[in-house]
Every structure is written in structure tokens, then in C-alpha cells.
Write a protein that binds this ligand. Structure first.
Ligand SMILES: Cc1ncc(C[n+]2csc(CCOP(=O)(O)OP(=O)(O)O)c2C)c(N)n1
Ligand code: SF4
Ligand SMILES: [Mg+2]
Length: 284
């Protein structure tokens, strides 16, 4: 399949230079190559939140569900449980998953449900024109914090590690080769996979110059070690300092999955109606 086959007729309204273009192009390349490798595009469902990132469902020709702000993961969870044969991928914003939808993110990690979440982490509310988010650095001046935010940022990869996600990585929208590798690994991983993408918002928080000087790719790290992953992840804690920023795969383990937990789990062979009936009986 040609990646161009995944384009749509929708007019793209992202600002020129926005990091979302890299995520869109990477998704096209990865999903088309996975289709060639026997991972059919018809089995993919893309779910988004609301924000600039959410527009990706308009620009990518795959099955999709444009959800509501903060509720990307509940929708994705329902789709996955209704049909475990599907590969469910979420494109969510830092506001969407870390503010409004933080509880859903933590529970998806805790359940290790087989869903991929790609975080368009521009560290700002882009669509609503520049308010601070949970990953904005201390002192960030935006529409709602003209004197600078007095909150310290959270580190989403750290939350995911302690929460129970079984694949954790970080990419950057100025590093397409790495992004491609990480997306492919995350999508083919079995369990909750989380890719934090430093996605630059050129209009409200242009970090290109700062990131370009500071990012580096981790190599030869023990991705099966919780402690090693934590050390790498905490080496840059999203603050305003000039610390080097690690990119790459931080963690990957096999762990029991929520989507396998129900009696009779056997995609292709399961009679869904009687399984759902049995589940409902158990709830009552
Ligand atoms: C329940 C709810 N709260 C608030 C909003 C308003 N709203 C829409 S998008 C958005 C922020 C989006 O920020 P983010 O998730 O970081 O996405 P970005 O635009 O940066 O891609 C907000 C607050 C909404 N649509 N629904
Ligand atoms: S406001 Fe920011 S995130 Fe939204 S399209 Fe423009 S550059 Fe991209
Ligand atoms: Mg954002």
C-alpha cells in the first residue's frame, strides 16, 4: 500500500510548521507498511480526543472515532473490549490525556489493555489558543497564565511506568526515523503502549530551537528493567532547565492484559453475544 492512499480530501488547517504533520506522515508510513506485512489496515481503529491533534482523524483514511475532550481512552477501551481483534490506536493531546482525561490514562495503564496511545505532547492547549497544560514548564506564560504558571510539570512517561504501561517511549517530531520505529513497535506491542511525542506547536510554544540542542537517543539501555527506565525517564523532568532530553524506547515487558481477562477470550472463535450476556449476568 502506498502511504498516499491513506490521505483524505479534508482541507488541512494545522499551522504551517506544526509538529502534527510529522505525526500524520509517520502514521501513514507505518500503517501502510504494516498492512503490507499482513497487519490489515481494516483492523485498525483510530480514536482521537478534541484539540489540534484530534483533527488527525480527518486527515487519515482509516476507521476512526472523533471522540470528546478527555474521553479518548474510554471510547478506545469500549471498542477493544467489544472486538478484541481490532488494533485500537489513540491520538491524544497533553491536555486531553493528562488534564481532563488523566484518570482514564492511569486506568488504561493499570489494566495494561492492548491499546496504543500516541501523545501529541506540545505542552500547551493548542486549539483553545495557548493555555498551560500539565506538561508546560514552570513559569510558562500563556493566555491563562500571563504572569507565568506557578505549577511544576508532570512527567507522563514516569506516570506510565508507575501506572503499569508495558511499552513506554519518547519521540520528537523533528526525528522521523525514530518516530517511525517507535510507532511500529508500539502498535505491534501487545499491551498498553505509550509514546510521548514532543510535538512542537509553532504558534503557542515553539520549542524547536531548545529541543534541537537537547534531544539525544538512548542506546543499549535495559528496556526490561523498571529501575533503569525510571532513571532515564527522570533524567529530564519536564522542567525549564537545560537538561538533555532522552528519546527512544525506555521500557517494554510482557504483562497480563485486561482484554484477555474475560472468560472465553479467543478472538475469531468467541461468540460475542453469549460472552456479553455472561458478563452482564456476572455484573448483576
Ligand atoms: C469537556 C471539555 N472541556 C474543555 C473543552 C475545550 N477544549 C477543547 S480542546 C481543549 C484543549 C486541547 O488541548 P490538548 O489536548 O493539549 O490538544 P492540542 O490542541 O494541544 O492538540 C480544550 C480545553 C472541551 N471541548 N470539552
Ligand atoms: S495551534 Fe499549535 S498545535 Fe495547533 S495547529 Fe497550530 S502549531 Fe499545531
Ligand atoms: Mg496540547
Amino acid at each position: 500500500m502506498n502511504p498516499k492512499d491513506l490521505s483524505t480530501y479534508a482541507k488541512n488547517t494545522w499551522c504551517p510548521g506544526c509538529g502534527n504533520f510529522s505525526i500524520l506522515n509517520t502514521m501513514k508510513t507505518v500503517l501502510s507498511s504494516l498492512d503490507d506485512e499482513g497487519f490489515p489496515i481494516d483492523n485498525v481503529v483510530l480514536v482521537s480526543g478534541i484539540g489540534c491533534h484530534g483533527k488527525i482523524v480527518d486527515y487519515l483514511k482509516v476507521n476512526s472515532f472523533y471522540s470528546i475532550h478527555g474521553r479518548t481512552l474510554p471510547v478506545a477501551t469500549a471498542i477493544k473490549l467489544a472486538n478484541p481483534d481490532l488494533k485500537v490506536i489513540c491520538c491524544s493531546g497533553d491536555g486531553d490525556s493528562l488534564a481532563e482525561g488523566l484518570d482514564h490514562l492511569m486506568f488504561a495503564a493499570k489494566r495494561n489493555i492492548d491499546i496504543t496511545l500516541i501523545l501529541h505532547d506540545n505542552r500547551v492547549y493548542g486549539l483553545t489558543t495557548g493555555q498551560y497544560t500539565p506538561t508546560s514548564p514552570w513559569g510558562f506564560k500563556g493566555k491563562s497564565t500571563p504572569l507565568g504558571t506557578q505549577e511544576f510539570p508532570m512527567n507522563p512517561a514516569e506516570l506510565m511506568l508507575v501506572g503499569g504501561a508495558s511499552y513506554i517511549a519518547r519521540g520528537y517530531t523533528h526525528g522521523i526515523d525514530l518516530l517511525r520505529r517507535l510507532f511500529k513497535e508500539a502498535i505491534t506491542h501487545k499491551g498498553f503502549s505509550f509514546v510521548d511525542v514532543l510535538q512542537v506547536c509553532v504558534t503557542y510554544f515553539n520549542m524547536y530551537e531548545s529541543y534541537n540542542k537537547r534531544v539525544y537517543e538512548v542506546k543499549d539501555n535495559d528496556t526490561g528493567s523498571f529501575d533503569d527506565a525510571m532513571k532515564i525517564i527522570r533524567s529530564w523532568n519536564y522542567d525549564g532547565a537545560e537538561a538533555p532530553i532522552p528519546l527512544g524506547k525506555f521500557y517494554q515487558v510482557d504483562a497480563p492484559r485486561f482484554d484477555q481477562a474475560f472468560p472465553g477470550y479467543e478472538p475469531h472463535k468467541v461468540d460475542r453475544d453469549s460472552q456479553i450476556k455472561k458478563m452482564l449476568e456476572n455484573f448483576i
